[in-house]
Design a protein around this ligand. Structure first.
Ligand code: SF4
Length: 327
């Protein structure tokens, strides 16, 4: 299986000198082609930065400090501007949070879909593109202005614009968080189904762990600019091995036992200036061991094949959990 996106110890900083903010602190992640991957984590974990780095969607002057990031085998950060544009047009498409803001308010929908297509699109192509995303009256939608659409319809149009270019990768950054719950589910089902049908690699960047559990094959949990746990979505969700994943799930609505109060994660995510000297989660972790967790950067360990994490003590923690469960 080919790899759609590969981060290899990828480091990205904003600014320069001592005040530079390290947004990605050595991301290592490999996304197989055709995979549906969810990237989760609190605000400030680096998930959106990682997603935007894949398309080099960064303010001018931002460059990786070290490491490598490949999309379909090509080093994104050394591509020439024409090659980068070509990649964004034909290989990698983004769907952003606010569909209305994504659309040009001065152009009708049909015109915008034609512009999004590689090599143009006929009225029939435009109608087909809209029908494929569940629009029953595509001609009317094509003749509409963006302000005439609901949020759910506008997001379907944005998805149609992404799909008409036949990309191999779609990155959806909080693409449904502005929509109400029933529309959100339908949009996620649509994204999942078309991605499966066409073999598209879909990356969902989301705060919604339940949606990732339901719609993705794999999950990558980010904290402090690193992927701290990555594996099959159902396995990680049901038996999280990393203390941060466990804390995140315990703080998620719908994961609590009946009558339980939702847990919170004390403290706030770190703002890094330079590499974290140890585990970035140590100040908030119930299991942190002084002298180890705060001083040594955890390296990748395998829970089982295809399931990795960064934690010095995950085996002890799991063992203790089992012993307590058996008590
Ligand atoms: Fe907690 Fe230490 Fe594991 Fe980090 S390495 S998650 S501080 S136990």
């Amino acid at each position: 299986m080919t790899t759609a996106i590969r981060f290899d110890d990828f480091v990205l900083e904003f600014g320069s000198g001592a005040s530079a903010v390290r947004a990605l602190d050595g991301v290592t992640l490999s996304v197989p082609e055709g995979c549906l991957l969810g990237i989760v984590g609190e605000s400030g974990s680096g998930k959106s930065t990682a997603a935007f780095a894949a398309g080099r969607l960064m303010p001018q002057g931002v460059q990786p400090t070290s490491g490598r990031l490949e999309v379909l085998g090509r080093d994104v950060w050394t591509l020439s501007i024409p090659d980068l544009r070509q990649m964004r047009v034909s290989d990698l498409r983004y769907i952003f949070q606010d569909p209305i803001a994504t659309l040009d308010p001065t152009k009708k929908i049909g015109w915008q879909i034609r512009e999004a297509a590689v090599g143009g699109a006929s009225p029939q192509d435009i109608a087909d593109a809209l029908r494929n995303v569940g629009m029953n009256d595509p001609d009317r939608v094509a003749a509409s202005w963006p302000h005439e659409l609901s949020g759910g319809m506008a997001q379907r149009v944005v998805i149609a614009m992404a799909l008409i270019a036949r990309p191999r990768i779609i990155i959806a950054d909080e693409a449904t968080s502005a929509l109400d719950a029933s529309v959100r589910t339908r949009i996620l089902e649509l994204l999942r189904d078309v991605s499966r049908q066409r073999g598209i690699t879909l990356i969902l960047v989301s705060h919604d762990l339940w949606a990732v559990r339901k719609f993705c094959d794999r999950i990558a949990v980010m904290y402090g600019g690193r992927v701290v746990e990555e594996g099959p979505a159902d396995r990680v969700f049901d038996q999280p091995a990393h203390p941060y994943t466990r804390a995140l799930l315990a703080a998620t609505v719908g994961h609590e036992a009946r009558g339980d109060r939702l847990a919170t994660i004390p403290g706030i995510p770190p703002l890094l200036h330079g590499a974290s000297p140890g585990c970035a989660f140590a100040p908030r972790c119930d299991h942190a061991q002084a002298g180890l967790c705060d001083r040594m950067r955890p390296q990748t360990e395998a829970v089982e094949e295809g399931w990795h994490l960064l934690c010095h003590l995950w085996q002890d923690i799991r063992q203790k959990g089992r012993s307590h469960g058996a008590d």
